[in-house]
Every structure is written in structure tokens, then in C-alpha cells.
Ligand binder design. Structure first.
Ligand SMILES: *[C@@H]1O[C@H](CO)[C@@H](O)[C@H](O)[C@H]1NC(C)=O
Ligand SMILES: *[C@@H]1O[C@H](CO)[C@@H](O)[C@H](O)[C@H]1NC(C)=O
Ligand SMILES: *[C@@H]1O[C@H](CO)[C@@H](O)[C@H](O)[C@H]1NC(C)=O
Ligand SMILES: *[C@@H]1O[C@H](CO)[C@@H](O)[C@H](O)[C@H]1NC(C)=O
Length: 298
């Protein structure tokens, strides 16, 4: 009798566990994170050096902090082998997803920038950066634009809305993140800076990349500029994670659907111009506009 009860209990437990998992998965889905782009310095550190130990240490601190912080800058080790690092997740991301993004980023950057003294990796929802030099507080506008090649727009609203966010985000301390989901207009926008910047530095960074995007890309229905220290993004389809009603009210997505942006590398001209300026890491990242093709994402 007791054993039958126990078995029933086990079955019941399993059922509840299953239901919980289904609920948990739908309510708090963990996204998958594919790198958009990585930049690595050509200077290398040697295996088992103090620097390599400090870098491992830095990554484990960042990983630990990603369970409770959306955006952080951090050092590890003493001079001259100090490592400097930071990450930020977009402010709309859940903490679970932020941690998953940063864990993925640490694994990917270790692979992509093997033994590099400096590296940056970009995802849709987070960015990770490390270096052997102190870059904290310096607004770095090197980066790249992405556009939706499948649809154009003549509307000035996206630029208007993002311009507003560019003014407001720097004042929202400490995250310096601001979104504007305009569901009825099918307009979703974001601006964000890394947390090491001052409000003034953030403002300078965002203003520069807004100028960059205006110079190339605002005819597209969907664009973003992901610089090293700040991001702006506009889409006609919801990409923000914390909007409860978007899936209900927003118009149906375009017919051809793929889940992630294609990561077709930069347009021809950009690559060669990039090669011409490999003097420093910052130059490698390049102020040259590297337009990455963004296929329909939803
Ligand atoms: C680094 O340390 C590991 C473990 O101690 C060792 O197996 C490896 O050979 C070392 N590599 C170098 C290049 O010294
Ligand atoms: C983060 O960066 C700021 C400079 O922008 C610096 O003052 C602060 O000490 C840094 N934090 C850590 C933990 O290194
Ligand atoms: C969008 O505009 C660009 C630049 O004017 C043009 O080359 C492209 O063919 C247009 N794309 C579509 C889908 O209309
Ligand atoms: C979502 O929609 C419901 C009704 O459709 C509304 O009551 C609620 O306020 C909306 N929530 C948000 C966050 O807009």
C-alpha cells in the first residue's frame, strides 16, 4: 500500500514537474544567442602567463555578476598584467537571459579571439569586451551598422523616435538604457551605453552613431548601429523582450521568416578599407562603416 502511494506520488510529482517546465519555458523562455561579429586585437598573450590567469579570473567574475547585473565593468589582477573587461545586456533582457548571453559570449570570445589581448563580441542582446589597457570611461564609437535589406521606408518617425532616446538614455543612470515601443505605429526603438561611461560620454557616443546611421541607413525599414560603447536600434517588428502585449497587437510578420539575422559580413568596400587601417586595435575595429545585412528577423 505504501509503495503504491509512493509510486503515485512519484507520478504526480513528475506530472507537476512537467507542467512546471512547460509553464517555465513559455513564461521565461531562454533565448539562443548567436554572435553577430567579433573583433580581436592581433597582439597575443602567452599561455599560462599572469595575464592569461587574470583574464580567466576576469571572465569568471563577469560570469558570476551576470546573474545579478545587466551591465558592469570590472578589472582583474595587478599592473602590469591587469585585465579590463565589461559587458552589457540590453536593459529589456531578463536576468536569466542576460546571464545566458554573457556565458555564451565568454565561450565564443575565448574561441574567436584565442590568445588575443583585446576582444569584443556583439550579439542581438549583449556585448562583451576585454582588454589589457584601461578603456573605461572612453566613449568608443567604432562599430558597424545593420539594415533590413528587404523593406524601405520614407517615414521620418524612426529617426525622430531614436533621436529622442539618444537624448534621454544618457540621463537614465545607471543603465543608460531607454526603449520606446510604439505598438500602434509598428515602431520599436532602443538606445543604450556601456555602464563605464559618464552621461556626457554616453551622449557623445549616441550622438555620433546616430549621425553615422543617418548617413547610410535610415531609408531602410529596420536598422541599428552597434558601436563598442553604445547602441541604437529601430525595427518595425517587436524585438524588445519585456513588452507584454506586442505579439497580440502587432501586425503579422512578413511572409519570409527567419529567426536570426543573417551575418553576411560587411559590404565589399568596407572590408578593404578596414585592412588599410590595422595600426591599432581601435583602427581595426574601424570607423569605416561595415554594413551587415539584416534579413527579416521575425
Ligand atoms: C600550461 O599549463 C598546463 C597545465 O599546467 C600545461 O599542461 C601546459 O603544457 C602549459 N602550457 C605551456 C605553453 O607552458
Ligand atoms: C568602471 O569604470 C569607471 C570609469 O568609467 C571607474 O571609475 C570604475 O572604477 C570602474 N569599475 C570597476 C569595478 O573597475
Ligand atoms: C531600398 O533602397 C535602397 C537604396 O535606395 C535600394 O538600393 C534598394 O533596392 C531598396 N530596397 C527595396 C527592397 O526596395
Ligand atoms: C495588455 O493588454 C491588456 C488588454 O488587452 C491591458 O489591460 C493591459 O494593460 C496591457 N498591458 C500592457 C503592459 O500594455
Amino acid at each position: 500500500m505504501a509503495s503504491i502511494l509512493l509510486r503515485h506520488n512519484k507520478a504526480l510529482c513528475a506530472l507537476f514537474f512537467l507542467l512546471f517546465m512547460i509553464y517555465h519555458d513559455t513564461a521565461m523562455a531562454i533565448l539562443t544567442f548567436k554572435p553577430i561579429k567579433a573583433n580581436c586585437a592581433s597582439t597575443k598573450y602567452t599561455e599560462n602567463s599572469t595575464f592569461s590567469t587574470n583574464l580567466k579570473d576576469l571572465f569568471s567574475i563577469l560570469k558570476a555578476k551576470s546573474s545579478s547585473s545587466i551591465s558592469i565593468n570590472q578589472t582583474s589582477g595587478k599592473a602590469p598584467d591587469t585585465t579590463f573587461g565589461l559587458y552589457f545586456c540590453t536593459g529589456d533582457l531578463s536576468q536569466d537571459n542576460c546571464q545566458a548571453c554573457i556565458e555564451t559570449a565568454i565561450t565564443d570570445i575565448t574561441e574567436s579571439c584565442r590568445s588575443s589581448k583585446q576582444g569584443i563580441i556583439w550579439y542581438d542582446y549583449c556585448e562583451l569586451r576585454y582588454s589589457d589597457t584601461d578603456f573605461f570611461g572612453v566613449p568608443d564609437t567604432n562599430g558597424f551598422a545593420m539594415i533590413n535589406l528587404n523593406e524601405n521606408t520614407t517615414s521620418s518617425r524612426p529617426v525622430e523616435v531614436v533621436s529622442q532616446l539618444v537624448q534621454e538614455a544618457p540621463l537614465v543612470k545607471p543603465l543608460m538604457f531607454k526603449t520606446q515601443p510604439l505598438i500602434s505605429e509598428s515602431l520599436y526603438a532602443l538606445a543604450q551605453c556601456s555602464s563605464d561611461l559618464t552621461s556626457q560620454g554616453c551622449s557623445d557616443c549616441l550622438t555620433t552613431i546616430l549621425t553615422n546611421i543617418k548617413a547610410c541607413c535610415t531609408g531602410a525599414k529596420g536598422w541599428r548601429y552597434l558601436a563598442t560603447s553604445c547602441w541604437i536600434r529601430y525595427e518595425a517588428t517587436p524585438f524588445l523582450q519585456n513588452i507584454i502585449n506586442t505579439t497580440v497587437i502587432s501586425p503579422s510578420p512578413p511572409p519570409s521568416v527567419s529567426l536570426a539575422p543573417s551575418t553576411t559580413p560587411e559590404k565589399d568596400g568596407a572590408a578593404s578599407k578596414e585592412k588599410a587601417s590595422t595600426i591599432s586595435f581601435a583602427a581595426t575595429v574601424s570607423s569605416v562603416l561595415a554594413v551587415i545585412i539584416l534579413l527579416p528577423i521575425y
